[in-house]
Design a protein around this ligand. Sequence first.
Ligand code: NDP
Length: 248
Amino acid sequence: MTTTSNAETHKVVLVTGASSGIGEATALRLAREGHVVVLGARRTDRLQALVEKIRADGGTASAQRLDVTDREGVRAVVDRVVAERGRIDAIVNNAGVMPLSRLDALLVDEWDRMIDVNVRGLLHGVAAALPHFARQGGGHVVTVASVGAHEVVPTSAVYSATKFAAWAITEGLRLESDPGIRATTITPGVVESELAEHISDPGARTAMRTYRRDAIPADAIARAISFALGQPADVDVNEIVVRPAAQR
Ligand code: NDP
């Protein structure tokens, strides 16, 4: 008979950017599968509503205010997860922003924001989780990158750069880590979420309306994350690309 420990089947998972879109769908799915989920983001009212929904469905969840650009804040949240739950099995580094624009629009503050959230935020999550993974003898870093990690289109230069970086950081982590630590890049195509609502550049905003009309539900990405997390300890799913069937 094959036996699996509770830690293998029911993991303690921190999901960043859990207040909407892919993070919200991931938290809902993982909780439904019996995992203990900790939801992090800045909009705590949204997180609290989601925690209540998960608990009403019989799941286990809690919320933590989290700004991934705050290195000490991320560390404090991860430490609190371990203090309260005894361990952290996985961190889903999902928080991200995508204010697309052409470089000559010179929206330099938005470039900085993408770098701060999509790159530094990811690194802060990795830095906070790795000491616990080393002490526990294992753990799983899941990075939500983008097809922008593999392609550049006009208006995506900086966003794609941050997602190339996210891919590289996750691959570097995989190569450097002991086998107990797993690293997965999830690479979504166009997905229903609030991501494009924060584009301030009028041209990029209009272009995105057409590009995003084939968007698939965020749960399609949540299922991929669940698949990667659910593999046995000796299997590391390195990257999953999930696009709408209609996306070219
Ligand atoms: P949403 O805008 O719906 O969600 C983004 C999440 O990130 C929100 O929960 C937001 O929470 C959080 N977030 C933003 N800034 C911060 C911050 N400083 N600290 C903590 N959390 C933050 O978009 P998606 O669900 O689509 O985005 C999730 C990820 O998926 C992103 O990394 C995105 O790049 C990636 N992606 C999305 C695609 C899509 O088509 N939707 C395609 C490819 C990749 P709050 O504002 O409450 O802090």
